[in-house]
Design a protein around this ligand. Structure first.
Ligand code: CTP
Length: 302
């Protein structure tokens, strides 16, 4: 209320009134206080003056009531703070990111999948959203919380991911394909649970559609960044994928390098580009790698 009316009668409100920096407010109070029209008017006034108001959450309050008015968790507040302070160098760009594994059904109970956790792709989506891009995150099944400020598009199979990516491709400026998309799926999906027998068992597989391989040759204005995970001859194999899929950049890593690959919070990556460029980055957090990928894309888009 004091901030909304320019009352500066203590250290905090005096500083708020004098400071020219971005200002964020996270209202935390009793539900009745929060829902009071006076408070709601004050919140609208603060927004009109350019404050960012972080929505209150619901739950147990300090006064022991349960309801709206809880201070959001630290990571929520940090995302808002990061967004307020990040350079907006991706503003106006539509960035589509894919992340996580796909699951290819065998029967109603079982599937073929891989060990991708989605961490790298989620980090790219988050970094792009904080830097002002309009982000769509298309992801297979993961245990990660949705990325704030991004459109969330959950899918299960490679075919669903193919449809989600191609359906948005015309409206995409930058596509970062970090998902570990299955290359094969069972030729048919049993409608009932497959029962075990005594002997061996095999499942006929057919190729899934190659998403980047299909859209790479069709790209117009889009910048395409692929990922490549290898266990040997990483640079040669990745350069071949870059060429075959007509990509603008590929981010390669070797699953056998300590600190790289699935599940961990760090990555050791090499950027390959069509001009023959091969640049290895030091071991970094996946958040830092995400930032470096976006920096490289921006520099290359010109
Ligand atoms: N990819 C895709 N569509 C698929 C499979 C993969 O778009 N059906 C994308 C991945 O998201 C990644 C890149 O292509 O960006 C990886 O290239 P790919 O040749 O599929 O790599 P691998 O399958 O690991 O290669 P290989 O099996 O030949 O070793």
């Amino acid at each position: 209320a004091k901030m909304a009316h320019g009352i500066a009668d203590d250290m905090l409100t005096t500083t708020v009134l004098a400071a020219g920096c971005p200002k964020l407010v996270a209202p935390a109070m009793n539900t009745g206080m929060l829902e009071n029209p006076i408070t709601q008017d004050n919140i609208r006034t603060l927004e009109r003056y350019g404050f960012t108001v972080i929505p209150s959450e619901s739950g147990l309050l300090a006064c022991h009531d349960v309801g709206k008015g809880r201070l959001p968790a630290d990571e929520v507040l940090l995302d808002y703070i990061h967004r307020a302070l990040a350079p907006k160098d991706l503003a106006g760009l539509r960035v589509t990111v894919t992340a996580g594994p796909t699951q290819e059904a065998i029967d109603p109970v079982r599937c073929l999948t891989n060990h991708s956790t989605g961490k790298m792709g989620y980090a790219v989506a988050r970094a792009a959203a904080l830097r002002g891009a309009q982000v769509t995150l298309i992801h297979g099944p993961t245990a990660l919380a949705p990325v704030r400020f991004a459109e969330d598009v959950p899918v299960v199979s490679a075919q669903e991911m193919y449809q989600a990516v191609t359906g948005r491709f015309a409206d995409t400026d930058i596509l970062v394909m970090a998902a570990a998309v299955a290359d094969y799926r069972p030729a048919s999906v049993a409608s009932d649970k497959v029962k075990k027998g005594d002997g061996e068992m095999s499942i006929p597989l057919v190729r899934t559609a190659d998403i980047l391989g299909t859209i790479g040759p069709q790209k117009t204005h889009q910048f395409l960044c692929g990922f490549s995970m290898e266990t040997r001859d990483m640079v040669a194999h990745s350069a071949e994928k870059l060429r075959k899929k007509n990509l603008d950049m590929i981010v390669a890593n070797n699953l056998k390098d300590p600190g790289a690959g699935f599940g961990v919070d760090t990555n050791l990556v090499t950027f390959l580009t069509p001009d023959g460029g091969v640049r290895q980055l030091p071991l970094m957090s996946k958040d830092a790698v995400a930032g470096a990928i976006l920096d490289e894309i921006l520099a290359r888009r010109g």
